[in-house]
Design a protein around this ligand. Structure first.
Ligand SMILES: [Zn+2]
Length: 104
């Protein structure tokens, strides 16, 4: 088992020099591309593909955090570690926010 902080450090050791040179904006484009590929794999019910795309999305997400100088595990726990940031409950007891059916 690996903590997200350890995974972020692993990806940092593996790719950081090149990723940092490319810059945050370019890395964010790669992240968005991988999110698109994940959505496609899910839409096509391609489980094996989705597993790989989840891995790619997480790798690019921790890369963006590293370039920003942010420990993503620390940030996530600070926000969600004590439950829902809005209602403070686990599980969340906020009312559901359905998507609007049409523009006003
Ligand atoms: Zn809530």
């Amino acid at each position: 088992m690996m903590h997200i902080t350890e995974f972020q450090a692993l990806i940092h050791r593996t790719y950081h020099e090149r990723d940092a040179k490319r810059g945050l904006e370019t890395d964010m484009l790669w992240l968005m591309e991988e999110v698109g590929e994940l959505a496609e794999a899910i839409r096509k019910r391609d489980r094996k593909g989705a597993e790989e795309e989840f891995a790619d999305v997480l790798a690019w997400l921790v890369t963006a955090a590293s370039i920003s100088g942010i420990d993503i595990e620390k940030a996530a726990l600070a926000k969600y570690g004590k439950g829902c940031p809005r209602c403070g409950s686990i599980p969340c007891s906020c009312p559901d926010h359905p998507a609007p059916k049409s523009w006003p």
